[in-house]
Design a protein around this ligand. Sequence first.
Ligand code: RET
Length: 280
Amino acid sequence: LPIATSSVVPQPTIIPVPSKEFQSASETGTRTLWVVFVIMLVSAIGFTGMAWRVPNSKRLYHVVTTLIVVFAALSYFAMASGAGSSYHHIRITEKHKTVPDTHLDIYRQVFWARYVDWSITTPLLLLDLGLLAGMNGGNLFVTIIADIIMVLTGLFAAFGTEGTSQKWGWYTIACFAYLVVLYKLVVSGRATARAKGGKVANFYNAIGGFTIILWTIYPIVWGVADGSRKLGVDEEIIAYAVLDVLAKPVFGLWLLWTHASIPETNIDLGGFWTHGLSSE
Ligand code: RET
């Protein structure tokens, strides 16, 4: 008897195949990162040049502001060259009544280098603002520590496991820390800036207001990008790129230019900046 070779009855697949999805930067995202790297590098060179035109006693803001864009350039180099990120695994489980649960495994590129950058540059930005406002050491210290807590807990949120309290729990804690920063800038900073006179107060209110508006957009971008993944990786890169350029080079240029034209913004660190501490 001829044996039918096609006697193998095809079996219906009843076990759902887990699906995977990679979300990472495309050509557009990578190019954006390189462009911002160049902007930060050019700003660092430009701010250094501006520092050389003034005596050391007037260079405090220049040094702080230059370091801000130097750190940003380093972080953007790390991200653009393909390092400075890792893939965060997010498992989305769909429950079914009759068939086994299905999973969607998302691997999203998360740039941790941003948080390294922010943990150094946002304290430096606050140092610029605090010095300008003439904030006292105690307030400045608390502002900067709250800011560091904000960035580090933001990093934990970014790598928090989906479906647990980790992600949005850390995010909420970060937002509280940010509220401390806002409070210090708006209440303590404005009060001491007012005491320094009209010119300093007006300038502090303008550049401080600019800062608060910009900084508040970061947690919003985080929420729609890292948080709920409504924004893709490229869109996230572009959103942060625009914010970073405004918050660092544009902020810096505005500060240094205005500092040059308003002598009341000069900072006297009691001779420490120019001569160091003297012994008794
Ligand atoms: C995170 C997420 C958690 C909640 C909050 C955040 C705030 C981030 C801010 C970042 C500012 C960055 C700047 C960079 C300079 O270029 C960490 C996004 C509140 C305010 C100014």
